[in-house]
Write a protein that binds this ligand. Structure first.
Ligand SMILES: [Zn+2]
Ligand SMILES: [Zn+2]
Ligand SMILES: [Zn+2]
Length: 210
């Protein structure tokens, strides 16, 4: 009689129910609990099973894929499927360098506004031009926060590319590597700090876009 094989769905649920602390728990158990041979055998069986699974070809192939370095077509950072997450792709707003007086005064200082040139939806407010006293920097948040992606069509469909802080990849002709720089999260970012389109231009009209 063949042994009945559990379904992937039931195993998925059981795997999800495993506490994340399990490996730590096992170490704690071995180091802190007075145990007998039966306990040692249980731990040994568990570790053997884990080792066998990790060495299985399909499992190894899955891990390799999860750990392969990928290029994000939105922020141009390197990531892996394993480390990707809902807050990993972060792109700051880019503000116009020229402040405009908002008409508001706070204490002795006039309040100036710097418009976001990326999405146009927010204005950074500073108490006294050039003071670095930004009063809504936290509240304004980021221009984009989400998962990294390799799917340029998806970014295209969502109309996220704006040629300011969300740019299409541009590959170096020789190395085939993307030349577009990440804009890091050092806030606030002004337009003079980010490369403009002509910085990525070369003489060749056949520039490669993904
Ligand atoms: Zn923005
Ligand atoms: Zn990204
Ligand atoms: Zn890129």
């Amino acid at each position: 009689m063949p042994t009945s094989v559990p379904t992937a769905a039931s195993l998925t649920n059981a795997a999800k129910a495993l506490p994340r602390s399990f490996p730590t728990d096992v170490v704690h158990f071995l180091e802190n609990v007075y145990f007998g041979n039966a306990d040692l055998l249980l731990v040994s069986n568990f570790l053997e099973a884990a080792k066998t699974l990790a060495a299985a070809p399909n499992f190894k192939a899955m891990k390799n894929k999860q750990q392969a370095e990928l290029h994000c077509v939105r922020c141009h950072d390197t990531f892996t499927a394993e480390t990707n997450g809902p807050t990993k792709c972060v792109i700051p707003h880019v503000f116009d360098t020229e402040p405009t007086f908002t008409g508001e005064v706070s204490g002795y200082e006039k309040v100036y506004g710097y418009k976001a040139i990326c999405c146009g939806s927010v204005e950074l407010e500073e108490e006294g031009a050039g003071n670095d006293e930004y009063r809504n920097l936290k509240r304004i948040g980021h221009c984009y926060k989400g998962y990294h992606t390799t799917d340029a069509e998806e970014v295209e469909d969502e109309q996220e590319y704006n040629d300011v802080n969300i740019r299409r990849c541009k590959l170096d002709k020789e190395t085939k590597e993307c030349m577009v720089l990440c804009i890091d999260g050092e806030n606030p970012v002004f337009d003079w700090q980010v490369p403009n389109t002509s910085d990525y231009d070369d003489d060749d009209d056949e520039s490669i876009y993904l």
